[in-house]
Design a protein around this ligand. Structure first.
Ligand SMILES: NC(=O)c1ccc[n+]([C@@H]2O[C@H](COP(=O)([O-])OP(=O)(O)OC[C@H]3O[C@@H](n4cnc5c(N)ncnc54)[C@H](OP(=O)(O)O)[C@@H]3O)[C@@H](O)[C@H]2O)c1
Length: 324
């Protein structure tokens, strides 16, 4: 079978498409034939070494959808031929992936492989950000950074569905239009306008209840300045670089703020929570409350081009890789 292999951390050029030996599933595992593979910003952190893989070389990719081929010993929940998807497991950039069954969910008939690969990791993230990190309800006013991105578009629509007022940022006039068309109440082009001033104006000086910040270095510490007293700073990603000068005293100075740095893996480790999350996600997709925009398709062999596009801010919505 073929897979993308990383032999040494580096730029997109280290994503090498190669023939690799097939692996059989062990106890508790499934062999899955990937039909579509999700591209996520976290894949770039593993590729570059910002996040470390358990060993080198490794097959990157944290999200795939396809069919169960072989069921490992002791697994009773799945049978060959089941349509499934998985996340929180490295090794998805491949024709086939061995995955612990406890990280796999069955797909409803209405959710195709591309849709699943485009939405599972990003959608489960949106679910925990909106329901478990802060319990969003009507009346809440929130700021979502990079709202035209993969997580951003899902987060925006889902937050609107829950009744929040959504202020969003995006990095170009086209992205601003896209986010507005998905229901955001106010969209700021933060490459042109100062988002702190804009949010203060929009909220009449009050500030927002929560900031969802996957941008990281470029928006810190300014993101703290748009929060109301006792507001919550959710730092969930580092698209512009890792925040490396976090100053805890700022939380007090800016109004007894709360901060969290959550990660999806914490939630998906608990199978009951994972299944609850997936059910909620497939529900909001199924009833049309959240539309998943799959705006990039690449053959698996061209994963490097997908990474170049994602890291140079050329993408909107989700990108998928397709094994041939
Ligand atoms: N903690 C978790 O559980 C979790 C799970 C999933 C994703 N994430 C994080 O969520 C964020 C979004 O992930 P995604 O896969 O959906 O990616 P994405 O949002 O589709 O792409 C990243 C976006 O970040 C913005 N950005 C701002 N400064 C940037 C820079 N210097 N370089 C590149 N991009 C920059 C760009 O949008 P603009 O041009 O509009 O600024 C870009 O499109 C990432 O930080 C990711 O790590 C975290």
């Amino acid at each position: 079978m073929n897979a993308i292999v990383v032999h040494a951390y580096g730029g997109p050029e280290v994503l090498s498409y190669e023939s690799v030996p097939e692996r059989l599933p062990g106890p508790g595992e499934l062999l899955i034939a990937n039909r579509a593979i999700g591209v996520n910003f976290i894949d770039t952190y593993f590729r570059s070494g910002v996040y470390k893989a358990p060993q080198l070389p490794f097959v990157p990719g944290n999200e795939g959808a396809g069919e169960v081929v072989i069921v490992g010993e002791g697994v009773s929940e799945f049978t060959p031929g089941d349509r499934v998807a998985y996340t929180s497991h490295l090794g998805a950039y491949a024709d086939q992936t061995v995955v612990p069954a406890e990280l796999v969910v069955k797909l409803p008939g209405s959710v195709g492989f591309e849709m699943a690969a485009a939405s599972l990791l990003k959608g489960l993230t949106a679910e925990y950000l909106l329901h478990r990190t802060f319990d969003i309800s009507p009346g809440n006013v929130i700021l979502i950074h990079a709202a035209a991105g993969g997580v951003g578009l899902i987060l925006t629509q889902w937050a609107k569905h829950l009744g929040a007022t959504v202020i969003a940022t995006a990095g170009s006039p086209e992205k601003v239009e896209l986010v507005r068309s998905k229901g955001a109440d106010h969209v700021i082009d933060y490459t042109k306008d100062d988002f702190v001033t804009a949010v203060r104006d929009i909220t009449g000086g009050r500030g927002v209840d929560v900031v969802y910040d996957g941008v990281g270095k470029a928006t810190y510490p300014a993101s703290l300045d748009v929060l109301r007293p006792l507001g919550l700073f959710v730092s969930f990603g580092n698209a512009s670089g890792v925040i490396d000068n976090f100053d805890i005293l700022l939380l007090g100075q800016k109004g007894s703020l709360f901060v969290t740095r959550p990660t999806l893996g914490t939630f998906t480790k608990n199978r009951e929570i994972l299944l609850e999350q997936a059910e909620r996600l497939f529900h909001v997709i199924g009833d049309g409350a959240v539309q998943v925009a799959i705006n990039g398709h690449y053959p698996l062999a061209q994963a490097a081009d997908a990474h170049r596009a994602l890291q140079s801010r050329q993408t909107t919505g989700a990108t998928v890789l397709l094994p041939t």
